[in-house]
Design a protein around this ligand. Sequence first.
Ligand code: HEM
Ligand code: NAG
Ligand code: NAG
Ligand code: NAG
Length: 767
Amino acid sequence: MKTPLMWRVFVLSAVLAQGLDAWRSDHEECALPLKHFKYISPSGYGEKCITYTNVTDAFHEACRGILGIEPGTDDLTDIQLDNFGDVIQETTRILCDWFGLTKDQVRSLLPIINTANTDIGSYCPKELKSYPGNDCGNGIGFRSADGRCNNFVHPHWGASKLPFKRFIPPDYGDGIKSIRTSITGFPLPNPRSISARVHKDIARPHRTDITFMFAAFGQLIDHDLTLTAETKDPITRQEIKCCSGASHPYCIPVNVPTDDQFFVGSHRQRCIDMIRSLAGVNIDCPLGPRVQTNALTSAIDGNFIYGSNENVAKKLRSFEGGKLSMVPVLAGHRLKPILPPKKHQPDDGCIRPHPDLYCFLAGDNRVNEQLALGVLHTIFAREHNRIADELCAINSHWDDERLYQETRRIVGAMIQHITYNEFLPKLLGKHTMRKYGLELSPTGYSNNYDPDTDITIPAVFGAAAFRFGHSLLPDAMERWSVDHKFLGSRRFSEMFQQPYDLHKPGWLDQYLLGMVNQASQAMDDAVTSQVTNHLFQEPANDYGKDLASINIQRAREHGIPSYPAWRQFCKLPPIKSWSSMLTDISNATIKAYYDLYTSPEDVDLWSAGVSERSIEDSIIGPTFGCIIAKTFSDLKKGDRFWYENPGLPNSFTLEQLNEIKKVKLSRVICDNSDNIVTIQPFALEQPSQYKNNRVSCKGYLLPQMDLWAWKEYTGCCSKKKVPNPNNPNTQIHKVQVNEWNKEDDNLQKFIQAIAVNISSSKPNSWK
Ligand code: HEM
Ligand SMILES: *[C@@H]1O[C@H](CO)[C@@H](O)[C@H](O)[C@H]1NC(C)=O
Ligand SMILES: *[C@@H]1O[C@H](CO)[C@@H](O)[C@H](O)[C@H]1NC(C)=O
Ligand SMILES: *[C@@H]1O[C@H](CO)[C@@H](O)[C@H](O)[C@H]1NC(C)=O
C-alpha cells in the first residue's frame, strides 16, 4: 500500500524518535502469518500475512492525525492514555475489517503482533514498556509509591495506572469495545428494569452477626485495591452530565423505562447519568479489545492512606517525624487531629454547600463518598502518626524518610493481617479459605511467595464481584454513645460526598461506635433504596442515581462476560437452562430473569452474584466466593512484600511479625478513637455475651503491638543520619508545610462554624 505524504512525515518523526537503528527497512515483514488459523480472506486474494505496514496504515487511519501526544512522550495523563487506548482499539477494529477477523481472532491473535515494529511503538510511553531500562535496583526494602518493581521479572505487575488483568477473555458487543449484547445480538435488558424488579429495597437484617463495620471495612479494602479511571472534566474533575445534553462519545446514560414508579412516576426523571470508564493501554501497547485502567496499586499496601503515586504520596506527608499531614482543628476539645481539607479541585467527589467548606484529602479520592469511609480513613491516618511517633521515640536516629517508610510498612502489614485474619474468613468461610490457601499461619512465617503469580487485580473483581458489599448496606448510619446506647442516625443520602459531620466534636467516636454496634443488611438481591434511588442525591433534590443499574451497565461496558461464563470459570455446575439456576438462586429471582432476559446465557454477573444463596459458613455465594478467593490468593502468593514472607530484604524479623499478628481492628479503633473505652474484640461481628463480649480497650484481651521489636541497636559506631539542613529540598518542604498549616488554622475554624450552622439548619435530618 502506498503511503501518503502526511503519513510519511509521521513515519519519519517516528524513525527519528526511535533512533535509526530501530528502523528495519523491511516493513513488508510478516507481523502475523494468517495461514496457521482458519481464515477466509474477504478480498478473495488470499493474503498470507498481516504486515507491519498494514498495522501502521490502520493506526494512521484510526487516529487521522489527531492523537494528542507526540511520539516519545512519557508520563501520559489519564486523558492522553485514554486517547491512545481508543486509537489502538480503533486500529484493531480497522484491521478486523480489512482482514475479516472473527471475535476470537481479534482477542487471541492480534495482541501477539509486536507493535514496537510499527508506528504504534514510537508512541508507546516508557512506563508501558516491559523493560524501561529496568531500574528496580534500589528500593528493594520498601514498596514504591506506584507499586512498580514488586516483582523483579515483571516490574509492572500490580503497578498503578495499568489495566486490570482478565481471568477470562472480555465479551464486547462488537468483540472489540462496544457494550456487551445478548447472544442473540440484540441489546440486553434495561439495567433499571433489572434493578427495579430484582434489587428492591427489602430490609432483611443479616442472618449472621456481621456489623455495618464489616461492610465499611470491605469498602475500605476495595479502595486499597481498585479505582477504575473515570471520565471526568479534565479541569474541574467534575462529572460529565450526559443526561443534560453533554455529547461525549463515552456517554452511556441509563434510560429509565416509563413504568418506573420512582424515577418517572414520582420525579419525572427519564435518565440516570453514566459515562464509560477511560480506555487504557496494556503493557507494550498491543492491539486487542478495550481495557480499563486501575488507578491504584494492586497489592494490599495501604495506598488509600498513602496514595498510589509519588506526587500524591508527597502531598499527604508532613515531612516531619515520618508523619502524615493532619489538622488539629478539634484540639480545643482535646480531640485528636483529623484529615486535612481537599483544596485542590475541591468539587471532585464532594458536594459543597458553601465555597469555604471543604471535603477531606486522603490517599484515595473516594474518602468523602460516604461518612464511614471518612471515619476509617481518619482512624488509619492517625494510626500511622501514632506508630511514627512511637518509632521516633524508640529509634531517635531515624530521619523522616526512614520513619515514614518503616511506619508505612507496618501499617500495610496490619491491613493485610486484619483482612486475612478477620475479614476474609467471615466473608468466604473456612472451606474456601483452606481451598485457596488463604489461611494464615498462627505464628511465624509462611513461605509461599511465588514470583510467577501476577498480583494485578482482575477486571471482574472491581466491576462485579467485590461490589457484593452494595447489598449489605443499611439505609442509615447510626451514632452510639461511649456506653453503647443508640443516639441517632443519619441517612446515607444526606451525607454522600458531604462528610461534614466529622468536624463536629465527638461525632467521629459516635459514628465508630455506631459502626461496631449496627447490624449489616442481609447479603441477598435486596439493595437499599438509599443507593438505588438516592445515590449522590444533591441537597436540593429528592432523587439521585441508581447504583444497581450502574453496576450492571458498568460490567457490560467493561466487557465482563455473563454469569454462566463465570460459573464455568469457577467449575460450578453449568447454567444451561433457567432451571439449572435453581440450586443457587431463588425461584422468584429466576422468574424475574426469565421475564427480563431472552436467554439464561445473558444474565448479568453482578445481579446473579448477589442473588446467589451464600454457602454454608460464609456470607457470599459460590460464584462471587470463587472470584474473590482467587483474587486474594494471587494477592497473597504474588506479593513480594507479603507480611509473612521470610528471608527477603523487606522481611520482618520473627519477633516483629509476631507483634503484627497480635493486631485486631478493635485495637486500631481503641488506639485512634478519641475516647472509646470498651469494644467487642471482633469489630466485624456484633457484640454477644458469650462469643464476643465487650472488653476494655486497656485490658490484656486486646493485645497491643510492642514496637520495641523495631528497636535498632546501633552499637557504638552508629552514625546518626540527620537530614542535611542545607539541602534545598528539605528547606522548601519546611516552608510549604508551615505556611499551609497556618492558613488552615483559620480556615478550619470557619469550617467548623459552618458545619454547626448546616447541622442546625436541618433539624429533622437526624433523630
Ligand atoms: C454507602 C456505601 C457505598 C456507596 C455509596 C458506594 C458507591 C459506589 C459507586 C458510586 C461506585 C462506582 C460505580 C461505577 O461508576 O461503576 C462504586 C464502586 C465500587 N464499590 Fe461501592 N459503594 C458503597 C459501598 C461499597 C461496599 C461496602 C463495597 C464492598 C464491600 C463496595 C465495593 C465497590 C467496588 C469494588 C467498586 C468498584 C471500584 C472501582 O474499581 O472503581 N462498595 N461504589
Ligand atoms: C497489507 O500490506 C501488504 C504489503 O505490506 C499489501 O500488499 C496488502 O495489500 C495490505 N493489505 C491490506 C488489507 O491493506
Ligand atoms: C421452586 O420451583 C421449583 C420448580 O418449579 C419447585 O419444585 C419448588 O417447589 C419451588 N420452590 C419454592 C420455594 O417455591
Ligand atoms: C452561623 O449562624 C449564625 C447565626 O445564624 C451567624 O451569625 C454566623 O455568621 C454563621 N456562621 C457562619 C460561619 O456562617
